[in-house]
Design a protein around this ligand. Sequence first.
Ligand SMILES: C[S@@+](CC[C@H](N)C(=O)[O-])C[C@H]1O[C@@H](n2cnc3c(N)ncnc32)[C@H](O)[C@@H]1O
Length: 356
Amino acid sequence: MPNHLFYGDNLTVLRNKIPSESVDLVYLDPPYNSNADYNQLFKTPKSQSGPAQMEAFTDTWTWDDATSGLAVEEVKRSQYQDAAKMLDAMVGFLGKNALTAYLAMPPIHASAAERLGYPTQKPVALLERIISASSNPGDVVLDPLCGCGTTVHAAQKLGRQWIGIDITHLAIGLIEKRLNDAFEGLHYTVHGTPMDADAARDLFDRDDRSKKQFETWACLRVGFIPQEKKGADGRLDGVEWFGPKKEYKAIVSVKGGRSVGVDMLRSLDAVINQQAAQVGVFLTLEPPTSKMVDWARQAGMFEAPGFAAVPRIQIVTVAQAIQHRAHAVNLPAGHNDTFKRAARETDPKLQGALDL
Ligand SMILES: C[S@@+](CC[C@H](N)C(=O)[O-])C[C@H]1O[C@@H](n2cnc3c(N)ncnc32)[C@H](O)[C@@H]1O
């Protein structure tokens, strides 16, 4: 099953979606219990200030029987009896704690950071060496904690098939962007992220945590930077800079609720002024009312010198965002490069240099 990206908990995805003996090489780089929250850094235009990062994932290992215990049991039932004996002895000797919870997931570590801003991103050259040394062209490479997608990037470059899994929409959104930037016309399948308005509704309705994931996903879908701190009124969900020198600002307010109305556009208008932004986007699961459409039409236009005028307040439905991505929002001078761009891969035989 070649070239698949899964949003979700890797244990669930591995159990339910990945057939036995379908993978040739596993690379994984787990969180290592630093007890820290890791933030995604976004590229902010020099002329702009303000928050340009958000929490990517929390790195904490704790023993719990439902996950760590099960993982040990699975190793015991596997053909890898040496590993099972070692793991069993360590849990017996060290007890059920953060360290043994971590050991229950076999660690392969690498370090260094570059490029896309993902907090624990690994150099692609390192993954190229690991994949070249440990697999053959056409093999299937799996990364069940794939972060911003270094493994899948290297696997694609080296002509391997790949499967990536991550538990945050931020990671999956970044990987999609990274692959599309680096490999022209690449085909792959994304699972677990909303592909229609009903699935987006399902994500929004599940619980408070998934509401947050919905907002992050929706912002990324239209190319905006999700905002960790929304301000006291909670009306600002994402930011985007645009214009020839990224001198203009657009903001987005994401709404998943079933009831929407003109008052929400008035609030957005107030935030546009408060943020000194030029454009505001109302990104909504529920279709707008005709009164809202009229109100937005009367809210005026923004015209950047040399470019066609665009509506100051733009209503975009989630269905439109799913279909058109960043093009669902109309900004002069096109979309900026909010996320650091992965360089286009041209020659798969050219292996990257490792900056040691
Ligand atoms: C250390 S980072 C991996 C970085 C990656 N090697 C790269 O180059 O970007 C660990 C990743 O594991 C993800 N993660 C943590 N728990 C997970 C789980 N249960 N299932 C899937 N992904 C998980 C986090 O969201 C994070 O992106």
